[in-house]
Write a protein that binds this ligand. Structure first.
Ligand SMILES: *Cc1c(COP(=O)(O)O)cnc(C)c1O
Length: 486
């Protein structure tokens, strides 16, 4: 029941030959420790960019900063042609201080007046969450004599023409059905705000829902033009997803077996028989599997490619990408998780290994559940064992299935409720590496609970065969005197 993580070259090399360096870093900086790989984010931008090229579209790739707090990633990204999506005042300040200029920034999410003011002051685009926000922004622009604000109108609640597919409920965005009110508001404030586009961000993996939303946006672009505005961009938001696992078969086998375990047809595969949303009630299986689809046939840039290739149901069945092109629309995307795919990993030191009366093995790590967020996001995969002595992970010993416990004095503090599989039983001093945690996992939910240390973050890059590292906040994408370019 292995769930082998998918590793691209960069992180695979680091976890292989870079093992001694990772031990050294944890010895010096403590456990847990987060590693980010700035070079990797540049590759991910290029993958999205190549999909734009394939569909002959121009536009912008806005990195959704909220996926990771890292400075190194944001500073490396500013050297590319990407944009940045800031979802708080702090993220906006961080971007501006990292070399971003307002014209490359879009602000999304709930906005307080300070956030709106700084966005307008800096000339950022405001992704407006409805008529109220347009009003508020227009008032600020007038009161503080700010430049006319570029806004993207965020919509939600799309339906397809007459059929049953409706997008799920969202607390964000103006209902597509009441776009008239929204445009009336924009009209009243034309001196202060300029609608440069319309868009959505739907937290779903469903291509059907997104295709319906994109088509809905194309209609609204026309309505906006009919009001005498010149919108130019359709913003399809983020949510392109990541494939965490190397093998689809392992994922299928695992989820099937988990269902059987919940039904009592095989031994439990989780702590306390946890069913990840599935349960037995009077002999029947109830609930739904609440896990991230850890192996996805389409993720990241490929998902965008497929969305653009989809026929628009209500517009003659022509591909959505073609319709964007013919409408002379630019495409905006806001990938978070997908843009930091393979860009980081989390290390935890093994503190204690013990056997229970029933023969299970409990491994306690110098980190807690908040340091990986794997459970929060329902992401299941096996960690990579980095032996203390640097030797091979399996030297003649038998593979082991273990429970991973955190360092909080709390029954619920499990790094993952799944039993994980390792090439051998770990020993105190070994490291476990949790791959691909840069998207939401490594720092989104980390806390100072019980005054346990929050992971430091280190940027690692490779130069001519040698590994180099620095603290995340020390990373700048420049050559320093006497040193290689980072
Ligand atoms: C979170 C968020 C994103 C990024 O979502 P991912 O699933 O990480 O790609 C993009 N846009 C908005 C408005 C968001 O809130």
């Amino acid at each position: 029941m292995y769930l082998e993580p998918r590793l691209e070259q960069g992180p695979a090399d680091l976890l292989g030959e870079g093992g001694p360096l990772l031990h050294e870093l944890v010895d010096a900086l403590g456990s847990p420790l987060n590693i980010v790989l700035p070079g990797q984010i540049e590759e991910n931008v290029e993958r999205f960019r190549s999909v734009f090229r394939r569909h002959r579209l121009t536009g912008r790739i806005f990195y959704a900063h909220k996926a990771n707090r890292s400075s190194a990633l944001v500073r490396r990204l500013v050297t590319t042609d990407a944009g940045l999506d800031a979802a708080s005042l702090g993220e906006l300040q961080h971007a501006l201080a990292s070399g971003w200029t307002g014209d490359r920034i879009m602000t999304t999410g709930p906005k307080d007046p300070e956030f709106l003011w700084l966005a307008a002051r800096a000339g950022a685009i405001v992704n407006a969450d409805g008529p109220g926000e347009v009003e508020q922004a227009a008032r600020l622009v007038r009161a503080y004599e700010l430049p006319r604000l570029r806004v993207v109108l965020r919509l939600s609640g799309f339906g397809t023409s007459g059929t049953t597919v409706l997008s799920r409920r969202s607390r964000f965005g103006a209902p597509a059905g009441s776009v008239k009110d929204l445009l009336d508001t924009v009209d009243r404030h034309r001196d202060a705000v300029e609608p440069i586009g319309v868009g959505y961000h739907l937290d779903t993996t469903s291509l059907d829902e997104k295709a319906a939303a994109l088509e809905g946006c194309l209609w609204v672009m026309e309505e906006t033009r009919a009001r005498g505005f010149s919108p130019r961009a359709v913003d399809v938001g983020g949510g392109f997803g990541v494939t965490y696992l190397a093998h689809a078969e392992q994922w299928d086998r695992y989820t099937t077996a988990l269902t059987q375990a919940v039904m009592g047809r095989r031994p439990p595969m989780t702590w306390d028989g946890h069913g990840y949303g599935l349960r037995m009630e009077n002999g029947t299986l109830k609930g739904a599997l609440g896990l991230y689809p850890a192996h996805r046939p389409l993720a990241g840039a490929d998902y965008l490619d497929e969305l653009l290739s989809r026929p628009a149901p209500g517009l003659g069945g022509r591909p959505l990408g073609t319709l964007l092109l013919e409408g002379l629309h630019e495409l905006y995307v806001e990938p978070g998780r997908a843009l930091v795919d393979q860009c980081g990993l989390t290390l935890g030191r093994v503190l204690d290994v013990r056997a229970t009366e029933t023969g299970e093995h409990l491994v306690r790590l110098a980190m807690n559940a908040g340091d990986t967020g794997l459970e929060d996001h329902g992401v299941l995969m096996d960690p990579v064992l980095l032996p203390r002595d640097g030797g091979p992970a399996a030297g003649g010993e038998r593979p082991a299935a273990v429970h991973l416990m955190g360092n909080l004095c709390l029954e619920s503090d499990l790094i993952t409720r799944r039993v994980v599989h390792l090439p051998r039983l770990p020993r105190p001093g070994d490291l476990l590496a949790f791959p691909n945690t840069a998207g939401y996992c490594m720092d989104f939910g980390a806390t100072h609970a019980q005054r346990q240390p929050v992971a430091r973050k280190v940027a690692v890059h490779r130069e001519g065969g040698a590994w180099h590292w620095c603290l995340d906040e020390q990373y700048w994408p420049i050559t320093r005197p006497g040193r290689q370019r980072t």
